[in-house]
Design a binder for this molecule. Structure first.
Ligand code: SF4
Length: 275
């Protein structure tokens, strides 16, 4: 995928400009940044959100807020067939970091169907302080622009921009990234967060795991029940440590601002899901 500068992108004729909103902080901040800094590009951009059908309701609330701020529609790319259909197609093997068919089927293919073979410039929210590539399309018709890298914006700028406009998505209080409720990139404490905040979704994830092929689990070598058990134990230990250290209570918005777990370089290819 060819890379362009903002200046080069602005000059292109007969080209679509698209920006995929994942529900995460960086793509939302990028849309806000473009609206406020490059109004001529904002005019042309088609904002879109690829709905896997397994999103958290907090994501939809956040999209509504963002849409209101942008003053433009965020196109929702919905799919006729959901995760269960693709799971059957993959012989009931759960997706995993190594077999990430979910991203291909539920994110990349709908995106490619949306842009068709049109000449397209896609705006990507990778920041200047990150070292990851993001989703690289093989389509020769797609070119990419990285405005945050070009303009030197870093993590703190992104949080500030969100705090000053639409706020940080609520799910960041218990989860470090957007994406499907059952995403296997979740940490143990995030699974626990899912169980507490969305018990029905957690139960659905347990059911899918139990019915999956050859005893596959969402988390390597551990069932979700075991994951929760471990997470609860760790939570107790952390509380004791916290009491011992008499840590002052910190706003969750500030805590996550300096917790860079969502920048895990291991899940580079998931950038399309959670950036
Ligand atoms: S969010 Fe996670 S589970 Fe959903 S498509 Fe992306 S990698 Fe797969």
């Amino acid at each position: 995928m060819a890379k362009l500068t903002m200046r080069e992108a602005t000059k292109l004729k007969n080209t679509r400009h698209v920006l995929g909103i994942s529900g995460g902080k960086d793509s939302a901040a990028l849309a806000i940044y473009i609206r406020d800094t490059y109004p001529e590009i904002h005019e042309k951009i088609e904002y879109f959100f690829t709905d896997t059908g397994a999103e958290l309701e907090e994501v939809y609330d956040f999209l509504d807020k963002l849409e209101a701020y942008l003053g433009k529609k965020i196109e929702r790319l919905t799919q006729e067939r959901g995760f269960e259909h693709f799971l059957t197609m993959h012989n009931d093997y759960l997706p995993s970091p190594r077999q990430r068919w979910c991203t291909l089927m539920m994110k990349i293919k709908p995106f490619e169907a949306f842009v068709k073979d049109d000449p397209v410039v896609t705006y990507v929210g990778i920041r200047a302080d990150e070292n990851r590539e993001g989703y690289v399309s093989q389509k020769p018709t797609i070119q990419a622009v990285f405005p945050f890298i070009e303009d030197g914006l870093v993590r703190d700028d992104i949080f500030q921009m969100l705090e000053d406009t639409v706020g940080i998505p609520d799910y960041y209080e218990w989860r470090s990234r957007s994406g499907c409720y059952f995403c296997f990139f979740q940490r143990q404490d995030e699974w626990l967060g899912l169980k507490r905040r969305h018990p029905e979704l957690f139960e659905k994830a347990v059911k899918i795991e139990k019915e999956s092929g050859q005893g596959y689990t969402w988390v390597q070598d551990r069932t979700l029940e075991q994951v929760i058990e471990r997470a609860e134990e760790r939570e107790k230990e952390d509380k004791v440590k916290c009491l011992k250290n008499k840590q002052a209570s910190v706003r969750w918005q500030d805590k996550i601002r300096y917790d860079e777990d969502d920048d895990d370089p291991e899940d580079q290819a998931c950038v399309i899901c959670s950036l």
